[in-house]
Every structure is written in structure tokens, then in C-alpha cells.
Design a protein around this ligand. Structure first.
Ligand code: PGA
Length: 248
């Protein structure tokens, strides 16, 4: 099972800028020992698809609609993404903050799997939850809800990203003491719900304020199989350094 480093570009860079970043990443990253997934905005996916070295990079989308087609103005569906990306981020806290419910997240996870895409399911508590000692409850509730339409085999192939909401975009990640128990809890919850086999190939990532300096420490935590990188994925030198350190 390869470690996975995913870059979530969020709502940044149009096609021309995206192309430039891909060229710089291509120069800075030699054939990586980890799987590297770039998640640009939808409009960049098609042009970038033809520019990336597929031995180095895979693509992911940042969202999808739960339905396969229909009268949903402005939305993008699983069948449209099929063949264009391998991964799709689902349930990012920035989307949950816009009103995406656990139910909707579960339908999007199902839509991704139905269309042969690997969901990168984001779960994580906000500061209020953490202060109220509700971290484990929030994360397990989000997991249980999001995975409800999947079989054990399907669960075993998804990616879960633990993203403490309060640490996103602030420049300092959660500490190992804060990360480790939640990663363990995520694996244990999935094992209890879907059996041991479901966790054998399951990859669990950490995300929130990942910078090169923290990579070694976070990647050495038990059960952490990779990173979901936001801000630093827009800086080719930093992202290349993160990939490099994660390969060590
Ligand atoms: P950040 O974002 O690395 O900028 O904190 C992470 C994320 O939101 O996935």
C-alpha cells in the first residue's frame, strides 16, 4: 500500500496558472516513492490531464454531485469525472461549513464509489467540539454516516483524511499527541463497523497546516499513511519538499 500525498488547491489557479504549477512540480519532483494526487479546481482538470506525467501524478477533484446527471445547474457529476480523475475529495470542512450535511456527504461518497472514483473522505472536529471533549464522537459520527451506503470491500478501498478544522490554514498543525488518538480511533471504528479486512488496505491521512518541517513527525505516527496538503500545495518548492520527505 503506497503512501499518499494529496494537494488540495481549493479555489486557486485557473488553467494557465495551473499549467505553470504543474510544469514546476514536474521539474522539482523526481519519480516519487509515494502516490502524489493533485486536486485542482474543476476547470483545470481537463487541460492538466494532458500535461501531467502520469508516472508521477494522479488527479483528484474537490467535490462531486450525488446524482449522475440531471437538472442541477453548476454541478459536476461522477460520470463526468470518470476517466479524468482517480480521486475525489468529499466532505471537506469548508464544504460542510457551506451546509453540506452528513447525509449529503454519504450520498457523494456512494456516487464516487459507484463511478469508480476513490473518495478522500474528510472528517474532523472544530475547536468547540475539541474543547467539549467531543472529538472522538464527532469523528466517529461523521465516519459512520458517510460510509453507510458502502460494503466492507468498498470501505477498504477509500481514503479517510483526518482534518482537525481548527488547525486548517493556521500555519501550525495539530500536535502528535492530538493526532495519534484520532487516527487510532478512526481505524478502530472502521474495524468495528466493517471488520478487520476493511482496515488492511485503508489509507488514513492527516491534513491541516502541513508544512515540510512537520512531515517526518506526522508520517511516523502509527496508522498515518499520508497527508492532505492545502496552502503548501500551491507552492511548488514546499510541495516537492513534502513529497520528498514523505518518501524517506
Ligand atoms: P491547509 O489546508 O494545509 O492550508 O491547512 C488543508 C485542507 O484544508 O485540506
Amino acid at each position: 500500500m503506497k503512501r499518499l500525498i494529496a494537494g488540495n488547491w481549493k479555489m486557486n489557479l485557473g488553467p494557465a496558472e495551473a499549467s505553470l504549477l504543474v510544469q514546476r512540480l514536474d521539474k522539482a519532483i523526481k519519480i516519487p516513492k509515494v502516490e502524489v494526487v493533485l486536486c485542482p479546481p474543476f476547470v483545470d482538470l481537463y487541460p492538466i490531464r494532458h500535461e501531467i506525467d502520469r508516472k508521477k501524478f494522479k488527479l483528484g477533484a474537490q467535490n462531486l454531485h450525488p446524482a449522475d446527471s440531471g437538472a442541477f445547474t453548476g454541478e459536476v457529476s461522477g460520470p463526468m469525472l470518470k476517466g479524468l480523475v482517480d480521486y475525489v475529495i468529499v466532505g471537506h470542512s469548508e464544504r460542510r461549513a457551506m451546509g453540506e450535511t452528513d447525509k449529503l456527504v454519504s450520498e457523494k461518497v456512494a456516487a464516487a464509489v459507484r463511478n469508480g472514483l476513490t473518495p478522500i473522505l474528510c472528517v474532523g472536529e472544530d475547536l468547540q467540539d475539541r474543547h467539549a471533549n467531543l472529538t472522538n464522537k464527532v469523528v466517529t459520527d461523521q465516519l459512520e454516516a458517510a460510509l453507510q451506503h458502502l460494503t466492507a470491500d468498498e470501505v477498504g478501498e477509500i481514503v479517510v483524511a483526518y482534518e482537525p478544522v481548527w488547525a486548517i490554514g493556521v500555519g501550525t498543525p495539530a500536535t502528535p499527541d492530538q493526532i495519534q488518538p484520532v487516527i487510532t480511533k478512526i481505524r478502530k471504528t472502521i474495524e468495528e463497523l466493517y471488520g478487520e479486512a476493511a482496515t488492511a488496505d485503508l489509507r488514513v491521512l492527516y491534513g491541516a497546516s502541513v508544512k515540510p518541517d512537520f512531515v517526518g513527525t506526522i508520517m511516523s505516527l502509527d496508522g498515518v499513511d499520508g497527508l492532505l496538503v492545502g496552502g503548501s500545495s500551491l507552492n511548488y518548492a514546499e510541495f516537492a519538499e513534502i513529497v520528498d520527505r514523505a518518501s524517506a
